[in-house]
Design a protein around this ligand. Structure first.
Ligand code: SF4
Length: 430
């Protein structure tokens, strides 16, 4: 979501003649778009600002803005503690970027935009043409969360659930496709809670499926309790909806799920997985796990391992529990650090074993790969298969934007390497 927001911020400041640069030494304006989910997010902001300060020690100070969830959560504290920061702009206030920069160019002092008016954000950003012209693009359809899991800051930093107008989203998708986009990933903190005047995520999927040159649709991140029948049905019907579902579970123990306020049990989760597989047998799953949540016993942890083996997630993102200031879980008694570290290693080894077993099963078989770009080494192309696995293949032709049949030869945890199926590759040119 931050990547999507960063692109929209860039689209908006282009209108006041700012250009992106990779060269920190020449920037007139420095924007740090932050994520509060990450551990020690606030410290990282001060650290990064320290780097900018060092670079510009003997030069004219650039305008420095901190955006995103850390800006939302810390606001005035950031401005007071680090004088080098000129403005903080929360995630729902990105439409204020241009005027903030213009005011700062005019020597305004310390600006704080951290209100929660999501409607205004999207109304104003929609006036800006979305120029993200990659083959694969994100599209934010929903923001915020009403679930209040006890470990999470999102409801406090992104506000309540808000869904964007379906008409706007269809138009924005058409615009992206006209700019060369062939794959859309619909984004939301609770993407399957999308609900705009009774239009649900499945309705949006059916609508954008009608756009001829849009070839693939994905969505993330789903909450198990928002997985409605119609969305399950969409996985049966829509040919463009990709068969990988990211479905965070956090723990394999129903007792811990209750303590987290996740609002579902492991039985509910497994029933959902079965229903999705019944709708489309190709579907595979990835998930997020918190290891060592307060109150997690060895037995709870073993249940998490059992779930991992049972579902055979093809990607498992696991983190040791770390308290986020202001959340209820931050006040709970922590599990001993060494025990948590040990469990995390055990979990990650098992998750890697399952992942590699799945990947080895792909070797010498064919996958449909959508190629996104040519890599730095000429003739090497990067793409993704239907399950979002990264695939690299060689070709003298320009593969960007094409969906081609690739024989997977080998691979590791991160990347698969494949060979195009000779000349026959013309079959599915997008
Ligand atoms: S559902 Fe997701 S975003 Fe919402 S509180 Fe829980 S973890 Fe955070």
């Amino acid at each position: 979501m931050n990547e999507y927001d960063s692109n929209r911020i860039y689209d908006s400041v282009k209108e006041i003649d700012y250009e992106k640069t990779d060269n920190l030494f020449e920037a007139n304006c420095y924007v740090l778009n932050t994520c509060h989910i990450r551990e020690k997010a606030t410290e990282k902001v001060y650290h990064d600002i320290g780097r900018v300060k060092k670079i510009f020690r003997n030069k004219i100070k650039p305008i420095v803005l901190v955006a995103g969830c850390v800006a939302q959560a810390e606001g005035d504290i950031l401005l007071k503690r680090e004088k080098y920061i000129d403005a903080v702009i929360g995630p729902q206030s990105y439409h204020h970027f241009k005027k903030t920069i213009l005011k700062l160019e005019d020597n305004a002092k310390k600006i704080n935009f951290t209100d929660f008016d999501v409607n205004k954000k999207f109304d104003n950003l929609n006036m800006t043409r979305n120029t993200n012209s990659n083959v694969s693009s994100f599209l934010t359809i929903q923001e915020g969360c009403d679930k209040f899991c006890k470990f999470c800051v999102v409801p406090y930093t992104r506000g309540a659930e808000h869904s964007r107008s379906i008409k706007e989203l269809i138009n924005e998708t058409k615009e992206l496709v006209d700019n060369g986009v062939r794959e859309i990933t619909l984004l939301g903190q609770n993407v399957n809670a999308y609900n705009f005047q009774k239009s649900k995520l499945s309705n949006l999927i059916y609508e954008i499926s009608k756009i001829k040159n849009l070839k693939r649709i994905r969505y993330t991140t789903s909450h198990p309790i928002d997985f409605s029948e119609d969305l399950i049905e969409a996985h049966k019907i829509s040919q463009k909806l990709m068969p990988l579902i990211h479905l965070p579970v956090q723990s394999g123990s129903s007792k811990i799920l209750k303590k987290m306020n996740r609002k579902h049990s492991i039985k509910d989760y497994l029933d959902l997985i079965n229903n999705l597989k019944k709708a489309n047998s190709k579907i595979k799953f990835s998930s997020d796990f918190i290891i060592g949540y307060p109150g997690e016993t060895n037995e709870d942890f073993n249940q998490t391992l059992k779930l991992l083996r049972n579902v055979e997630f093809i990607n498992s993102y696991s983190f040791a529990f770390s308290p986020r200031p202001g959340t209820p879980a931050a006040r709970m008694e922590k599990v001993n650090d060494n025990i948590v570290k040990e469990r995390l290693v055990t979990f990650q080894n098992e998750a890697d074993r399952i992942k590699m077993k799945y990947r080895k099963g792909l070797f010498n078989n064919f996958s449909w790969v959508m190629f996104e770009n040519e890599m730095r080494i000429k003739g090497k192309f990067f793409g993704r298969d239907e399950f979002s696995n990264s695939v690299i293949a060689n070709s003298n032709l320009d593969l960007k934007g094409k969906i081609l049949k690739v024989k997977i030869i080998e691979g590791n945890k991160n990347t698969l390497f494949g060979e195009l199926e000779g000349e026959r590759n013309k079959v599915f040119a997008a």
